[in-house]
Ligand binder design. Sequence first.
Ligand code: BEZ
Length: 235
Amino acid sequence: MDENIISMPRIGDPAPEFKAVTTQGDINFPGDYSGSWVILFSHPADFTPVCTSEFMTFAKREEEFAKANCKLVGLSVDGLYSHIAWLRTIKEKIEYKGMKDVEVKFPLIEDITMNVAKQYGMIQPGESATKAVRAVFFIDPKGIIRTIVYYPLNVGRNFDELYRVLVALQASDKFGVAMPADWKPGEDVIVPPAGSCGVAKDRMEGKEEEMHCYDWFFCTKKLDKQKIFDEILVK
Ligand code: BEZ
């Protein structure tokens, strides 16, 4: 693709394809991740404090995301040797908020050419023309972008929120429901508005179990937390 074009993928689009060199070897994206959820995220630069705090936090929680069938892939416009040196420094020297000896095992893409960053709208010149913003792409097992979140250079991400979005997307797919504001697993979920035939028919016949309607367009029901995790966690 023309590297001067800055594109902004959208929710519902197939994840743009690329081949890249990473700290864990070469990858073919998103093909290598088919069948898994994947979070592709960018950070502005190696050897910077906010990014270091984020990488330590994400690495510490990698297993939790893996159990929800989700792999992590990082990216910055630094080179491979910078990535390797930074990740080694994190492991050998940084102790932060009780985390130490943290090994980043997920791939970190080198993108000196900015080819990938530009394809994914991670270079936002108003913020920085030389560094990627903190972008997060949730990509489903079929390679479709399902959620995009962008943060600026100076605000670190909330990893509880990223995990919440991952679980919400999967639960929504499995149970055919939507999630209300601030939803967490175990809290009531939204029954899709009538229009989807099954839902409308069940609603009219009073078959929808334990549904609570605030008005005709706003109904919720219980969805057990255990039931969600039984469905989404890799056994
Ligand atoms: C940081 O990660 O600390 C950072 C990186 C780029 C600009 C500002 C802060």
